[in-house]
Design a protein around this ligand. Structure first.
Ligand code: NAD
Length: 311
């Protein structure tokens, strides 16, 4: 149904997602404030526009993949933003895949649905915004195997599912506006805390005399098993092909995990939810960043618990 897709935010994730949209045959129009990355795409034959507003003029759906809430707010409602102008020609559907807090998502979604828009064919429709953050990181973005968690009207989700499937393997409908964003920050909270628990257990094990490899084998066949122990082990040398085995390079940066925990903390506070583990995890990841590990993979928190000789 949709052929013309706009994409704003061509960073680590967005650039790879655009490649997959192009491969799937969509006519993509891009924008980013970084001119070098835009040039890379125009040299490949992808069209580009100077502002989000101009992208909106030419596309049926616009996807945003930006660093944080303030950037998304700016691209939607700022000068030359997607929602600029009364009664402008605009796409009927907006998808934000950035990791931001559900409260901001709901505010932007409301601003979108309060707009009047005119589709190219002159019929007036109410625009809709979906929040569709992703799990999977840069490798999954490249391979087109992301998981999308989607909030917003279900019919809009069903309409854009083919677009999401060209960039991801799984998409899960999570309910109304903001629920995709809520799912994402809750997933990352669980991941942050389980990585801390696994790291602490593996560090204590080594101090008590059991090697991290042997303890990992025990955890992975026992009730302590989790993604951090069996797919993303934080101890250097225990598992091949994971960031811990390449000095914590690549993967999911500690500063992004710290950012996601801040979103979880702010969201929890807003709904009056007590969150002692968020606070503790925030404290540890913040310290890791301050100690110079902000660009290292988040599994480097193992170093917080163990500074002895690794395996
Ligand atoms: P990134 O910093 O690499 O890319 C962001 C891009 O947005 C940059 O190219 C930047 O120039 C552009 N940008 C910033 N402000 C802009 C504006 N006002 N107008 C137009 N372009 C603008 O970030 P990323 O790693 O691609 O992550 C994007 C989002 O995806 C973040 O919210 C992040 O939390 C989330 N995410 C990242 C990963 C990951 O592993 N990197 C995984 C899952 C989710």
């Amino acid at each position: 149904q949709f052929q013309n897709v706009g994409f704003i935010g061509l960073g680590n994730m967005g650039s790879r997602m655009v490649n997959n949209l192009v491969k799937a045959g969509y006519k993509v129009t891009v924008h980013d404030i970084n001119r070098d990355v835009v040039k890379m795409f125009t040299e490949m034959g992808v069209s580009a526009r100077e502002t989000p507003f101009e992208v909106a003029q030419d596309c049926q759906v616009v996807i945003t993949m930006l660093p944080s809430s303030s950037h998304v707010m700016d691209v939607y409602t700022g000068t030359n933003g997607l929602l600029l102008g009364e009664n402008a020609i605009r796409p009927a559907l907006f998808i934000d895949s950035s990791t931001i807090d559900p409260q901001t998502t709901r505010k932007i979604s409301l601003a979108v649905s309060n707009c009047n828009l005119k589709e190219k064919r002159d019929n007036w429709v109410k625009p809709v915004m979906l929040d569709a953050p992703v799990s999977g990181g840069v490798l999954a973005a490249e391979a087109g195997t992301l998981t999308f968690m989607v909030g917003g009207p279900e019919d809009a989700y069903l309409a854009v599912r083919p677009i999401l499937q060209s960039m991801g393997r799984t998409s899960i409908y999570c309910g109304g506006s903001g629920n995709g964003a809520a799912a994402k920050i809750c997933n990352n909270l669980a991941m942050a805390v389980s990585m801390l628990g696994t790291s602490e257990a593996l560090a204590l094990g080594q101090s008590l005399g059991i090697s991290a490899s042997t303890l990992t084998e025990v955890l992975n066949t026992s009730s302590g098993r989790c993604w951090s122990s069996d797919a993303y082990n934080p101890v250097p040398g225990v598992m091949k092909g994971v960031p811990s085995s390449r000095d914590y390079n690549g993967g999911f940066a500690s500063k992004l995990m710290a950012k996601d925990l801040n979103l979880a903390a702010a969201s929890a506070e807003e709904v009056g939810h007590k969150s002692p583990l968020i606070s503790k995890a925030q404290e540890i990841y913040k310290k890791m960043c301050e100690e110079g590990h902000e660009t290292k993979d988040f599994s480097c928190v193992f170093r917080h618990f163990y500074s002895g000789k690794d395996e």
